[in-house]
Design a protein around this ligand. Structure first.
Ligand code: GLN
Length: 477
């Protein structure tokens, strides 16, 4: 039996029954990482011994889980794939990491990403590029590209990513795995290095929907250390796995099939919807009229928040500090010039500009108003339907370098994921087919706020009826 190919829930059962030991499982993953990760480059740091000595019990006892490198891990380097944090070792765990450890999980490593989670291809990492396990000449998506690639290539049982405008869903789509962006406020952001605080959410990236529900049940709870955390009861979301979908209303937002969506992607998603109607759902076309403004709105808001959040990297308190400088100001300038990469600088410049006095009303304030309209579009359709189904991205995985010289085309990769982020509602990526190049196509299910249950219910049924097999990932050694 190849232990690395197990799903999280399968591995949990075997460990519980003592058919597989924790040590055996850990060794199997370390060996596979040693053999396969040099091809993929999904990890920035591999933890070569379990950082936590598993106690008795725990819902994740002995299960190796990968963590995106913008989520703080006590005693383990947390770089955000940036030079400025290259040697930063946090003195504390993020709330989600603390919970994983309490449940006995093993942090197997920290995954590569776009610097400070800014990007859609993981090419903005200051360290190296992560490859898509389905085609090594293509990007894994981003910014959680390392997490998605490691799950897809069986280099961990599951991973955590973060999503600000699509960074869990889009790489999950490109790598043929499941990725959930929870409702804003569902999962604690304490210890997640801030990019755009009104949008950032941590979520699971897994091999299938059941694993996703399982891991989500563990990481979603009220945290007094995060002021935007919601007071909700903890819940076991695996109870929605296997529940039928008869009578549910599924909305198809017409704008999401226009915005530069590839023909093959569109056909695969429509085919999945057709299969779903065979399961007794009612399909209706709906409209989200402000969708076309989402990208502009997102890039003003996210960059503004980033410019403020990233002002803390000044070479004084922690992180990189330039070596030769004349005075304090020169130290700031040199530290930030050397420490930040191009895309991060672009965001800081854009954000500072849109917040500047004289421009604030025209940009940040205007964007905040459009954000309210986008949110209202969703409120309106959710009075008529239970969930929405759309493609996750307009295309499948693209080649390295293809969009690096053209930031606008790169930003357009997010056109189908950012509206959900602006509205603060949950959405999940489900692999639904392969395109003619053999690359995974992902579909996105969107639900009203705090209705992740619907995503698991519909996602699990879809997973069973679409023409996609996880075992087809070709990197097998
Ligand atoms: N690609 C988007 C951006 O570059 C989204 C990133 C994210 O969700 N972290 O901002």
């Amino acid at each position: 039996m190849d232990l690395c190919r197990l799903t999280l829930v399968e591995a949990k059962r075997l460990v519980d029954k003592k058919e597989v030991s924790i040590e055996e499982l850990f060794e199997a993953f370390l060996n596979r990482i040693e053999k396969v990760d040099p091809l993929i480059n999904s990890y920035i740091t591999v933890c070569d011994k379990p950082v936590f000595k598993a106690g008795e019990g725990g819902r994740l006892l002995g299960l190796p889980i990968a963590i995106k490198d913008n989520i703080c891990t006590s005693g383990i380097r947390t770089t955000c794939a940036s030079r400025i944090l290259e040697n930063f070792v946090p003195p504390y765990d993020a709330t989600v990491v603390k919970r994983l450890k309490e449940e006995g999980a093993v942090v197997i490593g920290k995954t590569n990403m776009d610097e400070f989670a800014m990007g859609s291809s993981t090419e903005n990492s200051a360290f190296f590029k992560t490859k898509n396990p389905w085609d090594l000449e293509r990007v894994p998506g981003g910014s959680s590209g390392g997490s998605a690639a490691s799950v897809s290539a069986d280099l961990c049982l599951a991973a955590l990513g973060s999503d600000t405008g699509g960074s869990i869903r889009q790489p999950a789509g490109f790598c043929g795995v499941v990725g959930l962006k929870p409702t804003y406020g569902r999962v604690s952001r304490f210890g997640l290095v801030a990019f755009a605080s009104s949008l950032d959410q941590i979520g699971p990236i897994t091999k299938n929907v059941e694993d996703c529900a399982y891991l989500f049940s563990i990481i979603s709870f009220f945290d007094p250390l995060d002021s935007t955390s919601h007071k909700l009861e903890e819940e076991d979301f695996t109870r929605y796995i296997g529940m039928d979908v008869k009578g549910l209303k599924v909305g198809i937002p017409k704008e999401y099939f226009e915005l530069g969506v590839d023909r093959e992607v569109k056909e695969a998603v429509l085919d999945a919807i057709k299969r779903l109607s065979g399961e007794g759902v009612e399909v209706v076309e709906v409209s989200l009229p402000h969708t076309e403004y989402a990208i502009a709105t997102y890039y003003v808001i996210a960059s503004s928040e980033a410019s403020s959040n990233l002002s803390r990297y000044d070479g004084v308190k922690y992180g990189y500090r330039a070596i030769d400088y004349r005075d304090l100001e020169d130290m700031y300038v040199k530290t930030r010039t050397i420490g930040f990469g191009l895309e991060v600088k672009r965001r800081i410049l854009m954000g500072t500009f849109s917040l500047a006095s004289g421009y604030y009303d025209a940009y940040f304030l205007r964007a905040s108003k459009v954000r309210a309209l986008i949110k209202k579009d969703f409120d309106d359709v959710f009075s008529k339907v239970d969930v929405l189904i759309t493609p996750t991205s307009p295309t499948t995985a693209f080649k390295f370098g293809e969009r690096m010289d053209d930031p606008l085309t790169m930003y357009m990769s997010d056109v189908l994921t950012v509206p959900v982020s602006l509205a603060g509602i949950p959405a999940i990526n489900i692999p639904c087919a392969l395109d003619s190049k053999g690359l995974p196509i992902g579909l996105q299910i969107i639900a009203p706020g705090f209705r992740e249950d619907l995503l698991f219910r519909v996602g699990y049924v879809l997973e069973r009826i679409v023409p996609f097999e996880r075992k087809e990932v070709p990197v097998g050694v």
